[in-house]
Design a protein around this ligand. Structure first.
Ligand code: SF4
Length: 189
């Protein structure tokens, strides 16, 4: 998209360490409630243990509908080299590195030219070491808490394609995605 605001937005995650970034229209985003079913299988062990993860993050039908209320998505990806394809520690570290990038984008979108903004990250929330949900206390930082793309039913592999990115970026690397959904106020674009 040859748009000044979009070009400026794309530059922000790149300056914060993203490998690639792009702006797409949210109508290009493919949604599927099957991703919620994958969460329910609890392969990550966090299902029901984080306020920003299913089932506490909200009803999947409502969240998928919410995606359509935004016009655009700034999609970004991080690519990190691993020691080998069994480097699970490296994968966890890479995910942790994606959290400050996601939070760093908040400042950019805290601007009156944006009518609505929704930050979605990779995997669980990641703000606290241990989510307050585990001790049944309220979220400690609701203004920074961040659900994942999958929690909203977003097909991340299709998202990568729509944004002109590869879902996998080579042997012994791990790729994580994040997106900021937004609408512009008035005719500022
Ligand atoms: S900010 Fe902390 S308490 Fe709130 S959802 Fe995220 S990890 Fe949990």
């Amino acid at each position: 998209m040859g748009n000044n605001i979009f070009d400026t937005l794309i530059a922000v995650p790149l300056s914060l360490g993203a490998y690639k970034a792009n702006v797409i229209e949210t109508k290009e985003i493919s949604l599927d409630r099957a991703f919620r079913d994958m969460c329910a299988s609890n392969a990550c062990g966090v299902y029901g243990k984080c306020w920003m993860c299913p089932p506490d993050v909200g009803d999947i039908e409502v969240l998928m509908q919410e995606v359509g209320q935004y016009d655009y998505a700034l999609v970004y990806q991080t690519v990190t080299e691993l020691e080998d394809s069994y480097d699970f520690e490296g994968m966890i570290e890479a995910k942790k590195k994606s959290y400050p990038l996601a939070q760093g984008l908040r400042k950019t979108f805290d601007d009156p030219k944006f009518a609505r903004v929704l930050h979605l990250g990779a995997g669980g929330c990641g703000v606290c070491k241990v989510c307050a949900k585990r001790t049944n206390e309220p979220c400690r930082y609701p203004e920074r808490a961040m659900p994942s793309l999958e929690a909203y039913g977003i097909n991340v592999s299709a998202l990568a394609k729509s944004a002109g990115m590869k879902y996998i970026n080579g042997q012994d690397t791990v790729t994580y995605f994040g997106a900021v959904l937004f609408s512009l106020n008035g005719e500022m674009q």
